[in-house]
Design a protein around this ligand. Structure first.
Ligand SMILES: *Cc1c(COP(=O)(O)O)cnc(C)c1O
Length: 457
């Protein structure tokens, strides 16, 4: 029987776009541990969370039983401008590698923000607007989240204040201008505009900042300004929920051609694109309906899963945010200036942390020079200039495909291409000039920040 030819791009129709998000937690027997109030050591109640976060988002955050949560029409209408996103068969990369493996990637870079982050930004902006707020505050690392949120806020006419990790603010001035064009105000973090920023600057003069610092500043600003709430682009359960559109679409596309993946790979900073991509597949795995190898890829410079500890920790450097039980390097860990800014977070989604802890997924860490080698190979064969973050997933997809070349196995590999790298050209320049280095924390570095974990377990 002739095999159906799989097209280069599997596109879905507009009406095949998911009508509900899938809440993976509903199918988990061991639920992720709740966020805890650092003062009392008790799980945070809705009442404690609503001064910080939008109310409906708090409901989504705390809901670990409802499997399908309808996507409001206003959000679906926005999604229609850039979704469904294509699932691409990487025929050209396969040929270049000479592998019998079949490689697919779900491409989330087809919008101005250049990444998957818009999927959650638009949802969060919608709920903020619905609640009648004036605006939102947030942090951004590499700048993709800030850009996505600026786009979403301008669509719903909300004010948007972005604290941008200083190293990115300096390396990526054009990102900043995109955000300002959409009407956001952008402040390099740590800054003198907040109490926590001043404190961090006093303790670490000259620091290039981290996501953890920027989160502290954004939360402080939200709680001190009437009509503002804080929104976060990753890590939280609500963000993984919104990102499930990635996996739901990928699954629909694969099912259309009766394709069963063996391995699913994604890069993992706070875990949202990976959590979104794997959601329906992990659901099947948890329900015992199918099995997949699921691999999280993280930078060797910030190895939360592979070298971190599963414990309650602060989500921010300033230690003002709730505690989350997650794989963490310690909230005082400040990673070296890796070019994958979006992966420089000390912790990890509580949902993915629990799944990893329970053995439902694997994790590997990779060094940035080998990541850029993979990025270059991908760009030269598939044409898309990948984000450094996404290139972590490319690295491991290529590694797995090369293993298939050795063994002759025709495995099907799906990976998440979470975004494009047009704003990462300083990093590409370093790589092209042969000036990229790999900075890996020592065991002592990690032990020092782990020793400062809060004592709640
Ligand atoms: C932010 C970002 C990531 C990392 O964040 P997750 O929440 O782990 O997905 C990965 N890729 C791109 C392109 C990003 O912008």
């Amino acid at each position: 029987m002739a095999e159906t030819k799989i097209p280069y791009k599997i596109y879905l129709e507009e009406d095949e776009m998911p009508k509900s998000w899938y809440n993976l937690r509903a199918d988990m027997k061991n639920k992720p541990e709740p966020l805890v109030n650092p003062g009392t050591g008790k799980p945070l109640s809705k009442e404690e969370l609503i001064p910080i976060f939008c109310e409906e988002l708090v409901d989504q955050e705390l809901d670990d039983t409802t499997p399908m949560i309808p996507i409001p029409d206003e959000i679906r209408d926005f999604y229609k401008m850039y979704r469904p996103s294509p699932l691409v068969r990487a025929y050209c990369l396969e040929k270049k590698l000479g592998t019998p493996a079949k490689i697919y990637y779900k491409f989330e870079g087809n919008n101005t923000s250049g990444s998957h982050k818009l999927n959650s930004a638009i949802a969060q902006a919608y709920y903020a607007k619905k609640q009648g707020l004036k605006g939102v505050t947030t942090e951004t690392g590499a700048g993709q989240w800030g850009t996505a949120l600026s786009m979403a806020c301008s669509y719903f006419d909300l004010d948007c204040k972005v604290y941008m990790v200083k190293v990115s603010y300096e390396q990526k001035p054009f990102r900043r201008e995109v955000m300002r064009t959409y009407g956001a105000s952008v402040v390099p973090s740590p800054s003198e505009t907040t109490e926590v920023g001043k404190k961090i600057l006093a303790e670490h003069p000259g620091t290039t900042g981290s996501l953890g610092c920027a989160i502290s500043e954004a939360v402080e600003t939200a709680t001190k300004n009437e009509g503002y709430r804080y929104v976060l682009g990753s890590v939280l359960n609500q963000v993984l929920l919104h990102q499930s559109v990635i996996g739901l679409e990928a699954k629909t596309a694969l099912d259309k051609y009766d394709i069963h993946p063996d391995i699913i790979i994604g890069c993992s900073g706070g875990g949202s694109n990976l959590g979104g991509l794997i959601a329906p597949f992990m659901g099947e795995k948890l329900r015992g309906e199918a099995d997949y190898r699921i691999i999280a890829v993280e930078p060797a410079s910030c190895p939360s899963f592979t070298r971190g500890t599963f414990a309650y920790d602060f989500c921010d450097t300033g230690m003002i945010c709730p505690l989350a039980k997650m794989y963490t390097l310690g909230s005082s860990f400040i990673p070296s200036a890796n070019h994958a800014g979006g992966l420089r977070f000390h912790g990890m989604s509580t949902t993915l942390s629990q799944l990893y802890h329970d053995g439902f997924m694997e994790a590997v860490s990779v060094e940035q020079t080998s990541v850029f080698e993979a990025a270059e190979q991908f760009a030269r064969s598939e044409g898309i200039l990948p984000a450094p973050e996404s290139s972590h997933a490319i690295r491991v997809a290529i590694d797995e495909a090369m293993k298939c070349k050795e063994t002759g196995e025709e495995k099907t590999i799906v990976f998440g291409l979470s975004g494009t790298g047009y704003f990462d050209l300083v990093a590409y320049q370093k790589y092209n000039d042969g000036q990229m280095s790999d900075e890996i924390p020592t065991d002592e570095d990690i032990a020092a920040s782990i020793a400062k974990l809060p004592k709640i377990n």
